[in-house]
Design a protein around this ligand. Sequence first.
Ligand SMILES: Nc1nc2c(ncn2[C@@H]2O[C@H](COP(=O)(O)OP(=O)(O)OP(=O)(O)O)[C@@H](O)[C@H]2O)c(=O)[nH]1
Ligand SMILES: [Mg+2]
Length: 215
Amino acid sequence: MEEVPSVKFERPVKMKVCFVGDFAVGKTSLAERFVHNRFRSAYVPTIGTQIMKKQFTLANPRGKGMVQIDMVIWDIMGQKGFRELLNEAYFHGTRAVLAVCDVTREETLEDLNYWIDSVYKVTGRIPVRILGNKWDLRHMLKTDEADIAALAKKYETGYNLTSAKTGRDVETAFYALAERHIIEKLAASKGHQTEEIAATPTEQSRGMSSVEEAT
Ligand SMILES: Nc1nc2c(ncn2[C@@H]2O[C@H](COP(=O)(O)OP(=O)(O)OP(=O)(O)O)[C@@H](O)[C@H]2O)c(=O)[nH]1
Ligand SMILES: [Mg+2]
């Protein structure tokens, strides 16, 4: 990677992150674990989108001090069909992707190719992180960790074996994605912090979204 000068962050870095993955893999549960540190065992399918906000700080990966991240998390329904008509509205302005599979359902890993490519069609190449979720149920494992690692390699990224239920590796995944975003953004701007506009719901998607905030 090209050398970039040390940077001091004068203002928060805003970023829109989208969750993608099949129905019931645990997207909403992972978002709720990260934002509210809670877990619900009942399955309530997401209709349309749910938008959550979270602020956190990271050690500056390209200099001294800390960086404040203002993250807007778009949690999108996993059911295919009607949702596909709204890909443009959902993925517009997305800076990074959390692609989630359920380690107890083999096909959910394969389907991540479709999901990530759907985002890339709208955004171009952006940082992505692969999450093998429900790791607390690994006694029912149907995916090979090597296959998760291979998918991560294909998209030139890392992966985490997460559990929204226990909290395992959830923060780590979000932090790794934010750090990757900062590094790529600085490399692209030759080390200068540039203004980043956090995407807000578009007119098209607003009617189907709910927003909640946490810091
Ligand atoms: N044991 C276990 N159950 C989980 C975990 N994550 C989610 N679940 C359960 O799996 C079910 C589906 O979780 P959701 O978070 O609603 O899944 P989703 O991906 O948002 O589903 P859609 O909104 O339909 O796309 C729920 O019953 C959750 O309690 C996990 O890490 N471990
Ligand atoms: Mg959901």
